[in-house]
Design a protein around this ligand. Structure first.
Ligand code: SN0
Length: 333
């Protein structure tokens, strides 16, 4: 694997899933692999889980980890041929090249503008970084995707499914702020590779971008969607069609015990952070059906699996073989 920005960068997603489950069983296999390698994490936006779980993943592999709150540093210019006499002090061409000299792997979190749809959906900031970076880049949530979250979510579903092909419902829920579509986009994208029946439910106007929603079943009636569900994955996102807008905050879309009772005793999932009693009622979030803490736990194992495959790379064919053997031995999926 050369970079990790979406499932399309992963040569064998099932194998990555197996590696992640294997990392969970034994987080200290390959504790030397990352020795003398440096992981630099850049956060242009806030983070709790992604920051700590990715740091932990690197440390478990013996890497040195350096994290920068990049939003607080020099403001970066991403456009070419600009006269830099405004507030942006440094160009991405220098910044990415300099960081690459200190890093063996770079992780980047960059949220969308939610105003410039075309640029956001080109994943402009992430791709400019990749263009000028000399080392592999991992997305820690970009403008349009959150692949580390999706891998952790897939692990969680694998661990908790009660049938071979569970019904998984992705439900929109209200939120006071305009949020990215990234978590929902990625979840839908990864679930295409999982053995699940996926249904997306949201109010009219919250359709995901065609690149993600094409071929995906949408049920506009949330109650109908919940019937027979084995997993209810909840997330707010702002409108794609009326880009970045909150069209309404209809409280009737909140996840409540009464709605969960329509399901097949479904597990509740959310990537966190979550607004209690806006997105989901306390009684659901605090119930045994909630898998949110397991999802968060799996973030570290997912990140470790990604780093493992990145470090193994071309120069370490033997390590790839070893991962393969470990996965074959330890995980029967
Ligand atoms: C981010 C999002 O993409 O929706 C990160 C999720 C992993 N979530 C938020 O920004 C929530 C902020 C809030 O005010 O609740």
């Amino acid at each position: 694997m050369k970079q990790f920005t979406s499932i399309h960068d992963v040569p064998d997603p099932q194998r990555l899933l197996a590696t992640a489950l294997r990392c969970k069983q034994n987080p200290h296999s390959f504790a030397q692999l990352g020795q003398h390698k440096t992981l630099v994490l850049l956060f242009f936006n806030p983070s709790l889980r992604t920051r700590l779980s990715t740091e932990k993943a690197g440390l478990n592999l013996g890497m040195q980890v350096m994290t920068l709150n990049a939003g607080e540093g020099w403001k970066l210019e991403f456009e070419d041929e600009v006269i830099m006499n405004g507030d942006k002090a440094e160009h991405i061409r220098e910044a990415a090249a300099v960081i690459s000299q200190y890093a063996d792997v770079i992780g980047i979190r960059t949220f969308p503008s939610l105003t410039e749809r075309e640029k956001d959906y080109q994943d402009f900031v992430l791709n400019r970084f990749i263009e000028f970076a000399a080392v592999p880049v991992i997305s820690l949530e970009s403008a349009i995707r959150h692949p580390l979250q999706s891998l952790a979510d897939w692990m969680t579903i694998e661990e908790h499914k009660k049938s071979l092909r569970p019904r998984v419902v992705l439900s929109w829920a209200p939120h006071p702020r305009a949020l990215p579509q990234a978590v929902a986009n990625s979840f839908v994208e990864w679930m295409q590779y999982a053995d699940v029946d996926l249904v997306v439910t949201h109010p009219a106007g919250y359709e995901l971008a065609p690149a993600f929603s094409d071929g995906v079943t949408v049920e506009y009636d949330q109650r109908k969607a919940f019937a027979g569900a084995d997993f209810v994955y909840t997330k707010n996102w702002s409108s794609y069609t009326r880009y970045g807008q909150i069209l309404h905050q209809d409280p009737s879309w909140m996840i409540t015990p009464e709605k969960m009772a329509l399901t097949n005793e479904a597990c509740f999932m959310h990537c966190l952070p979550v607004r209690r009693n806006v997105v989901v009622a306390d009684a659901v979030l605090d119930s045994p059906a909630s898998l949110t803490l397991t999802q968060a736990d799996n973030r570290a194992h997912a990140a470790q699996a990604v780093l493992l495959h990145l470090l193994a790379g071309k120069e370490h064919q033997s390590v790839e073989q070893e991962i393969h053997q470990l996965v074959e031995m330890g995980t029967n999926h």
